[in-house]
Design a binder for this molecule. Sequence first.
Ligand SMILES: NC(=O)C1=CN([C@@H]2O[C@H](COP(=O)(O)OP(=O)(O)OC[C@H]3O[C@@H](n4cnc5c(N)ncnc54)[C@H](OP(=O)(O)O)[C@@H]3O)[C@@H](O)[C@H]2O)C=CC1
Ligand SMILES: O=C(O)C1=N[C@H](C(=O)O)C[C@H](O)C1
Length: 271
Amino acid sequence: MTTRLAINGASGRMGRELIVASQARDDLALVAAFGAPGSGQLGVDAGRIAGTDELGVALVSSETMADTAFDVLVDFSLPGPSMAALAVCRAQGAAMVIGTTGYDDAQQAEIDAGADEIAIVQAPNYSAGVNLTLDLVGRAAAALGDDVDIEIIEAHHRHKVDAPSGTALKLGDVAAHARGQNLAESAVYTREGQTGARPPAAIGFATVRAGEIVGEHTVLFAGAGERLEITHRATSRQTFAGGAMRAAVWAADQGAGHYGMNDVLGLTDAR
Ligand SMILES: NC(=O)C1=CN([C@@H]2O[C@H](COP(=O)(O)OP(=O)(O)OC[C@H]3O[C@@H](n4cnc5c(N)ncnc54)[C@H](OP(=O)(O)O)[C@@H]3O)[C@@H](O)[C@H]2O)C=CC1
Ligand SMILES: O=C(O)C1=N[C@H](C(=O)O)C[C@H](O)C1
């Protein structure tokens, strides 16, 4: 069976990669490409936007989303626009694959509520490598316990608008959970001036924004006389796009629920 796929944020960095990745699968048919209402690329063929052959699907304003039928919507846009997309998916009973990061608590609560009605896959990172990294970090944090200091360092391109990255926050959440801590109570997002000594249970975050770095994450476990570092480096956005396409096909077959990439990949411990 072919899944009818719609993409929100289709002319963005990830949107263009999603268009390309959708063409590599014969179980997906791209039926709609949505962009910002004011985009100068409205009306342009999605294939042309992505640098491939014409696909016969033009970029249209996301304000028209409710007029189009699809089985699954893949959203890599911004938190605000993805909330509007969520409302359309709920109204249509379509599944949603959420790649967008940077939600506030109220927006995340709306996503959680939406998952009572439709299948939602939400992951801050759709690469298989990062999802295995989450598993490894959970195991390392549990094994090393309170004897080590945990710091998370992430680096991304200069265009990224949210910090720390969604992946860094998820890594922190997994590490905190594995040590019986709550990330909200342990996280240290900034340090400047007379900070005082490091609280032992702190989970620190450091953010780099530079050039065109696709996405790099290191979790540092520093103890007495040794240091363990677990690093993932994405070198192409195709790794995210391919994973999101896999999630889209999977989501189309699921009942209502809030799923992660661990469910799509069949991993039990990773998120
Ligand atoms: N989960 C994962 O694996 C990954 C997640 N991400 C996340 O995906 C998101 C997008 O990243 P990226 O592609 O780099 O960002 P971009 O800014 O390149 O893309 C976002 C797109 O959303 C569009 N947009 C803005 N407003 C609307 C609207 N109202 N309706 C529809 N589309 C709209 C923008 O259009 P315009 O430019 O015309 O304003 C733009 O094309 C980020 O949150 C990022 O963190 C990124 C990579 C991997
Ligand atoms: O904005 C990006 O580019 C990325 N965002 C995601 C995040 O916030 O974790 C995933 C990836 O690292 C790229």
